[in-house]
Each structure stands twice: as structure tokens, then as C-alpha cells.
Design a protein around this ligand. Structure first.
Ligand code: PMP
Length: 419
């Protein structure tokens, strides 16, 4: 995870070519829509009829979703909970959320919070509010490419910045910026158990990033879906805690990883001076976030269930990460190196030696046929790098299934290397 480069806007996608050939008068920004291999894997996997161990999507375990409690609450919906809601979010949800976060290492205040349609809408709001075409945005390499794709869709030019075991190498940014010849408008960072690498940004680097953001007047898009899922070690203070009332911080959060991704509810935290703008931007998108889904979550928190739920998730994911590392060690040994995350869902696997010649984009197809799915490295890099690496999600499979999946991956790798 050490390469440095500046990524120019992407070439036309096949989708744009297809529409263009029909003479459809597309907006220029359609050229900047790159699509998501991660999201497309949901439909791809749904279309398969054979048994597949699913290391691809970053989904919570099915058994980790509190289905019975949700069904009980859903039975109590009424006309009020099925009408339009406030754009900023249901007051009851904001209230419950703020109360709950007050018991964690990341407290906030109601006037800083706007409820969104998942983390993705938070990222879209950030880019809609801050990014002009041609603006530079620093992204991690590798990164959550749905986030970098959102910046591209607003015309950003991306600078990929290297990472190591302590997350984004913030010390490398001034040189990158000097090379680029202009300062960035935003820095997109996933500080805890990063998607896809699993690494956590060190405290010293968090502090340095805050300094650089002030120096450059650049927004930190602080995307942290996994922060409440630390299962090893001590919480580190977040950007909002290190720098309270900093208008250059735009924090994106979601219930997708801690409750259920299909609810599509998240939130953003920003300086109160930004709130009206966030609301106006959201009004131009979807009026309000799904009201029954917000009521469901609010009532779940009000019943005092969230803390126990998170406690049990952490236990399950701690065990599954260990199982994944053990299976990889047993079946792949020194043919790969991996990261060792303290929380979240993912670890990053890099092929070594002769195996490193295998393209993980190609391996994906053999592995899928062999009954295991992962995300190839290039799909998690703004510049299409890391064809010798892949992301696996340990959260959604039991230890037994993880072992089956890693065995299948090993067979697929054997076949790719020898074939
Ligand atoms: N950011 C990161 C880093 C993520 O991993 C995800 C989900 N995979 C999101 C944002 C989007 O979250 P949501 O599903 O709530 O839109």
C-alpha cells in the first residue's frame, strides 16, 4: 500500500458509450459515473444458483440483524409514521441517537445531526456541498470506491495517497499537494478499520490531518461506518472529538453496519452553520429519509437494545476475524500477507511470491465458480491498482463457513497459478 499518483478523470464508460451511440443528450457529468463493482456484486451473487461463501459484500451477518424486535416494532406503525417527515430527520430518532452517542466515545449534539438515507447519501451531500468540477480530492489508496466515485460524479480530480498499517500516511500529503501544484478541496478518509484495508488511522496522524485541513482550508470527509464496532484495543478520539466545532469537518455515519443495511438510514454530523445547507441539499434529493425505517430504529434504541446488540456483534466479529486469520494461515500460509484489524468487517489480503503474478480480477471468476466471492483489489482503488490484492469480509460468515471459503479460495488460487 505505498504507491503515489494523481488520477485524472476516467475515460468514457461502456454505459456512456452505449447511450452516446443512440444520440441521447447526456449531461457532461454522466461521463464521470464509474459504477460500483462492490454494489454490482449483490445482483451478481443473487443470480448464482450454486453454493457461494460470501466474503464480497460488507454486510452484517444475517443472524446479527434483530429481526424479531424489528417485526414487533413494525407492527405498531400508524398514519403518522407513514407520512412525510422532517427533512433533518425524525426528532425522536435524533433525540435517541444523540442520547445513545452520549454514552460512547463519540458524543454529539442534536443541532449537528441530519438523518440521511444511509452513509452513501451522506457522501453525496458532502460532495454536492463542497466539490466543484476540477477540485482536487485526496483519497486513500486503496479506498471505498463508492466514496471516490461520488466525488468523481461531481467532477473531482482525485489524488491517491498511500497507506500503511497506521492508515493514511498523512505525512506524505504535503509532497503530493506540492506536486499537484494546488491545494485539495477535500480529503476523504475512513479513520477506523478502513474499508477495504482494515487499518486504523493513528492519533498522531489524526492530529496532523486536522492541521493540514486548516492550513489548506480543505474539508475532511470523515467516513466512519465501523467506529462503533471496535472489538480489540482502545477507542481513539474521532476528528469531531479532537476538534470540536470545526466547520471543516463533515462526518458521515450509518446504521447499515450496526443494525441493518436495507433500512437505508444514516446520519451526518457537521457544524450547525452547515445544517440549513445540508437540509436544502437533501430537499433537492429526497425530501426526507424513509420515516418508518427511522421510527423502527428510534424505538429500538428507546427500548435500550442497541448497547447489548453492539456488545454481542463485537463478540461475534472478534471471533470471526480470528477464524479468518487462522484459516488463511492454515490454508495459504506465507503465500499471502494480511492486515489484522481491531474492528469492523474487512481484512486485506496481498498475494506474495509466485502467487502475486495472479490477477485477482481474473481470480474472482475462478473463485466464484469454485464457490467463494471476494472483491478484487482494483475495484477498491481509484486508479485501478492492487491487482495482487483482495478484500474479504469476515463479518457475514460463521467460522465453519469461513474455513470452507478460504479452502475454496486456495483451490482457485492453485488453479490460477498453475493454469
Ligand atoms: N462508507 C463506507 C466506508 C462503507 O463501507 C459503506 C458501506 N459499505 C458506506 C460508506 C455506505 O454505507 P450505507 O450502506 O449506509 O450507504
Amino acid at each position: 500500500m505505498t504507491s503515489i499518483s494523481i488520477t485524472t478523470p476516467t475515460p468514457k464508460t461502456p454505459a456512456v458509450d452505449a447511450a452516446g451511440r443512440l444520440g441521447i443528450p447526456l449531461a457532461a457529468r454522466a461521463d464521470q459515473l464509474v459504477g460500483s463493482v462492490i454494489d454490482s456484486s449483490t445482483s451478481l451473487l443473487a443470480a448464482q444458483t450454486h453454493d457461494i461463501v460470501r466474503f464480497a459484500m460488507g454486510s452484517p451477518a444475517d443472524e446479527a440483524i434483530p429481526v424479531d424486535e424489528f417485526n414487533d416494532i413494525a407492527g405498531r406503525m400508524n398514519a403518522g409514521t407513514l407520512g412525510y417527515g422532517a427533512t433533518e430527520g425524525e426528532p425522536v430518532l435524533i433525540d435517541q441517537l444523540v442520547q445513545y452517542l452520549g454514552t460512547t466515545a463519540a458524543p454529539t449534539a442534536a443541532e449537528r445531526v441530519t438523518i440521511t438515507a444511509g452513509g452513501m447519501q451522506g457522501l453525496d451531500l458532502a460532495c454536492k456541498l463542497f466539490i466543484n468540477p476540477g477540485d482536487l480530492v485526496i483519497v486513500e489508496s486503496p479506498t471505498y470506491t463508492n466514496g471516490s466515485a461520488t466525488a468523481l460524479s461531481y467532477g473531482a480530480e482525485l489524488i491517491e495517497a498511500p497507506m500503511d498499517d497506521d492508515g493514511l500516511i498523512v505525512e506524505a500529503l504535503p509532497e503530493l499537494v506540492e506536486k499537484a501544484g494546488r491545494t485539495p478541496k477535500a480529503i476523504y478518509v475512513i479513520p477506523n478499520f478502513q474499508n477495504p484495508s482494515g487499518t486504523t488511522l493513528s492519533l498522531a496522524r489524526r492530529e496532523l490531518l486536522l492541521e493540514l485541513s486548516t492550513k489548506w482550508n480543505a474539508v475532511i470527509i470523515d467516513d466512519d461506518p465501523y467506529g462503533l464496532l471496535r472489538f480489540e484495543g482502545e477507542d481513539l478520539p474521532g476528528f469531531q472529538q479532537l476538534s470540536p466545532n470545526n466547520p471543516l469537518l463533515f462526518s458521515v455515519r450509518t446504521f447499515s453496519k450496526i443494525l441493518a443495511p436495507g433500512l437505508r438510514v444514516g446520519w451526518v454530523e457537521a457544524d450547525p452553520s452547515m445544517r440549513q445547507l445540508v437540509i436544502h441539499a437533501k430537499q433537492a434529493m429526497d425530501t426526507c429519509t424513509n420515516v418508518p425505517a427511522q421510527q423502527l430504529i428510534a424505538e429500538y434504541i428507546r427500548r435500550g437494545k442497541l448497547d447489548d446488540h453492539l456488545g454481542s456483534l463485537k463478540g461475534v466479529y472478534r471471533e470471526r476475524k480470528a477464524a479468518m486469520l487462522t484459516s488463511i494461515e492454515r490454508h495459504l500460509g506465507n503465500r499471502v500477507t494480511t492486515t489484522d484489524p481491531d474492528g469492523g468487517f474487512f481484512l486485506w489480503v496481498t498475494l506474495q511470491g509466485e502467487d502475486a503474478k495472479v490477477s485477482t480480477s481474473e481470480l474472482f471468476k475462478t473463485a466464484l465458480a469454485a464457490g467463494v466471492a471476494f472483491i478484487p483489489g482494483p475495484a477498491l482503488s481509484a486508479g485501478g491498482k492492487f491487482d495482487d490484492a483482495l478484500r474479504v469480509c469476515f463479518a457475514s460468515s460463521t467460522p465453519e463457513r469461513i474455513d470452507v471459503g478460504v479452502q475454496r479460495l486456495t483451490h482457485a488460487l492453485d488453479a490460477a497459478r498453475d493454469g
